[in-house]
Design a protein around this ligand. Structure first.
Ligand SMILES: [Zn+2]
Length: 434
């Protein structure tokens, strides 16, 4: 087996988990229900594609977990070869269950889940070689304002293995005056104008920088799309007035305000030399043309000094993503999540990336999960295999030698993210408060 040595070495390379929605190993706690646990992985959103009715029975939390398991087994043969299915198989492998879901496996899986603990999680990440994780929790999801308030006041639970991004969507997408009031509450600014809003956005970003964020994150692809227009203060001011006048009622079409504040946020990233991570391409359950990174070209052009980390390879429009990566030196490609959305597409992308963009412009792994540690570890195994396959192709075609391939793998899995996000090496124990 020629090449097995360098491939085995790829398995030993340390990795940075560039994207996750968990913030601490303390979140890993015993679970009692196997299906309820598996439903929280991406497998859950894949099941309805196999059979809607059976998937609804699996998802029905009112039914006993064991019964839900039996319905899951009927769907398993259809989904086990997908990237999401592979994650589950690798998890079951790691539990000594040989990767197969079966009637007999239920009790053993449950036993493993009951043994979960922060220590188990920490050790699993260490054994997998994950040295750092970049958490996308502050300002994200349903606790967006609470988490920002906690982070700015030092009450957010920190874990030395995790660095933080600040999600900026709540800072530039306002649907009602209540959203504006939240920003006012967190910053202590009485917001009555665009100027006040800008000041409040500055206060949040400055405060988060002081608390040690390593970058900004934007996932407005989910909320309004990536068609960011130029900043127009007159339009933005009119939107603020409309929102405040509606007194809590939703106001549609305040994109003028959203555009203006988006530019303000990117300008602050420039001021603080903070990288900006952006969700591009497919959403969790949808691929809409408004999420195509091609729409952001004017932004990349306007801020050449800001470094952009383009999440998920703009999948399924990988070609458009490559066009952006070729055109703008301030853009980087991030394979987070894509490894399990479409494993082959990532191999294909990495093969092309070797010939098209510098090897220091790719981040090879991000688990993009909500659960510690099993899915992240399994995801990394898939990422390593994809990296190895892509590099094996390059070696075979004579584009690089084995030692070059190893060096590229080191950059993709670890070195690039360490440098780009200026991560401490080793993770700083000083920030631990839990
Ligand atoms: Zn994510």
């Amino acid at each position: 087996m020629q090449g097995s040595t360098w491939q085995q070495q790829i398995a030993q390379i340390p990795a940075v988990n560039t994207h996750t929605h968990v913030y601490s190993h303390e979140q890993c706690q015993p679970e009692r229900e196997v299906v309820a646990y598996l439903q929280r992985l991406y497998l859950g959103c894949m099941l309805p594609f196999a059979d809607r009715q059976a998937a609804a029975r699996v998802a029905d939390a009112q039914r006993p977990d064991r019964e839900r398991w039996r319905h899951l087994l009927t769907l398993w043969p259809y989904v086990k070869h997908t990237g999401f299915g592979r994650v589950v198989r690798l998890m079951f492998d790691s539990w000594g269950l040989r990767g197969e879901l079966s009637d007999a496996a239920y009790d053993l899986a449950r036993e493993r889940l009951e043994q979960r603990s922060p220590d188990v999680s920490r050790r699993a990440f260490e054994a997998a070689g994950i040295t750092h994780s970049i958490a996308n929790v502050v300002g994200h999801s349903e606790r967006e304002w609470e988490s920002i308030a906690e982070f700015l006041t030092g009450r957010f639970p920190m874990d030395p293995a995790f660095s933080h991004l600040l999600s900026t969507v709540p800072l530039h997408t306002f649907r009602t005056s209540a959203d504006i009031a939240q920003l006012g509450r967190v910053t202590g600014i009485d917001v009555t104008s665009l100027r006040d809003l800008e000041r409040a956005v500055d206060v949040v970003i400055e405060g988060a920088v002081a608390r040690g964020i390593v970058g900004l994150k934007n996932h407005c692809a989910y909320r309004r799309g990536l068609d960011i227009g130029p900043a127009d203060p007159t339009r933005a001011e009119a939107d603020v007035a409309a929102l405040l006048a509606a007194k809590g009622k939703p106001v549609a079409g305040t994109v003028g305000l959203s555009d203006a504040l988006f530019h303000r946020i990117i300008q602050r990233a420039a001021d603080f030399n903070l990288p900006v991570a952006i969700h591009t391409g497919m959403l969790a359950a949808n691929a809409h043309p408004r999420t195509n990174v091609a729409l952001l070209a004017p932004v990349f052009e306007a801020y050449p000094q800001v470094r952009f980390d383009l999440f998920h390879l703009n999948y399924p429009w990988v070609e458009d993503g490559l066009a952006i990566l070729k055109r703008f030196p301030n853009t980087w490609a991030n394979c987070a999540w894509t490894h399990i959305v479409d494993p082959h597409a990532v191999v294909e992308f990495l093969r092309r990336a070797i010939g098209t963009i510098p090897v220091n412009h790719v981040f090879g792994f991000g688990s993009d999960g909500w659960v510690l540690p099993e899915p992240g570890v399994a995801h990394l195994a898939i990422a390593r295999a994809n990296v190895a396959t892509a590099l094996a192709g390059a070696i075979e075609q004579g584009h690089c030698g084995e030692s070059d391939a190893l060096e590229i793998a080191r950059l993709w899995l670890h070195g690039n993210a360490m440098a780009f996000y200026r991560l401490p090496s080793p993770p700083s124990a000083g920030s631990a408060t839990t």
